[in-house]
Ligand binder design. Sequence first.
Ligand code: FAD
Length: 459
Amino acid sequence: MKRVVVAGAGISGLSLAFELERLGVSALVLESGRRAGGKIETDRRDGYICERGPASYLDRHNSITPLARSLGVEARVLPAFDAGERRLVVADGRLHDTPLDAVAFFRSRLLPVSAKLRMLADLALPRGPSARGQEESVTEFASRRLGVLAGERLLQPLVSGLYAGDPAAVSLPAAFPLMAALEREHRSLVLGMRADLKQQRAKRRAGNDAARLSSFVTGLDELTAALASRLGDRLRLGARIVQAERTENGFRLQVEENGSSSTLDADALALAIPAHQACAVLRPLDSDLSEILARIPYVPVALVHLGYLASALPRPADAYGFFVPASEHLKILGAIFASAIFPDRAPAGFSLFSVRTGGARHPETASLPDEELTALAHAELAGLLGLTGPPAFAHVARHERGLPQYTLGHMDRVAALEAGERRYPGLYFHGNAYHNAGVPELVSRSGELARRLAEELAR
Ligand SMILES: Cc1cc2nc3c(=O)[nH]c(=O)nc-3n(C[C@H](O)[C@H](O)[C@H](O)COP(=O)(O)OP(=O)(O)OC[C@H]3O[C@@H](n4cnc5c(N)ncnc54)[C@H](O)[C@@H]3O)c2cc1C
């Protein structure tokens, strides 16, 4: 029987191994850490549920619910309250609603009249480079379609939210293919986004989970725990792949486990680990591939969870949260109103906020000492929400290399890695460094990759 090794037990590696198993291909998952889940990790402390990584997902690809169903945990999927639909953005130091229809747009004080008029030009502008699959930065795309101010306040926060990136450096078609597709299909971005919103709303009305922001009852790591438990002894924790070499029929892996080193032969190797780790693993095999992987940068991210007595809030925080555009004089990148979107994220009578810091814009803040970071997050959050009391609870989670950046040139790098896969049959790149960092997108890709791998293995 052929041996398939999956490196990394984040959502990518776990779901890939599970999908392979469903196709009758047994895979061994090697994970360097002492726990499975990777970036997905939930801390439950003092009655609060703190997500160290992702807190929710929008299952556009309809991948998570079917996966949860196959794992027998579908009843644990937790749709967000309606507040999850409301997104806020900071402009001139204040929170504003992101307008979702024409009436709200014209009434909104988020933009001056001149910026609103410029934005309307989008209705007549021709398609640009992103629609043709050519790279341009998020800033270029947003300014071209909507104008500088509307681009910065309406589009950049939307697109910088997931990657905590620098909109001037991140490639729009690589990081946000949906935006590029909307321009391609509708020409006007405004009309495209309106059609997309309508479609999502219709799906929600029809009770389609795919269109609803969701999580799991006690946190997202319920999903990765279910996957890990299903894999059983085909998941080995504390086993780090150090390097890979080519053999006649596949790969010879050097694995470090419990302080000792051993080798393992594999017919297929799926690297579902961060690009900087894959870079080290592949160096002996192919220094060119390793060099390309090294050129995918990462930014640090720190999340500060703050709990407040409900009486410290001058008004209910009934929204998903807010994003901070780059021109605002704030160090935080935004916040999610955790207890406003899911039940039981905070004890009764308290509210929980997850403040995001670091990213490409303020990488230095992600390494501030806990006390300083907590004070900064509280001060800026309090300024925006008008909080009248100190936090009753604080929790800090850090990721030194938190999120990959699809900077300009990313599409060429991914194409070169795909050429590498063809050069070394049996080698596969998976995980959030290449096509999309969203959890549902990674799960959906696991399904596609599993089918491809199983087919190629059978040849
Ligand atoms: C703070 C934060 C907030 C986020 N919020 C959201 C959100 O709200 N919604 C959303 O959809 N996405 C969100 N994301 C993105 C999403 O969480 C990630 O893209 C996704 O979880 C990555 O999964 P992965 O399996 O590709 O990689 P990882 O989770 O990084 O897993 C890789 C695994 O490989 C292991 N590993 C590394 N090197 C080796 C080696 N040599 N040998 C063996 N194992 C190795 C690691 O220990 C790790 O467990 C967020 C990410 C962060 C950091």
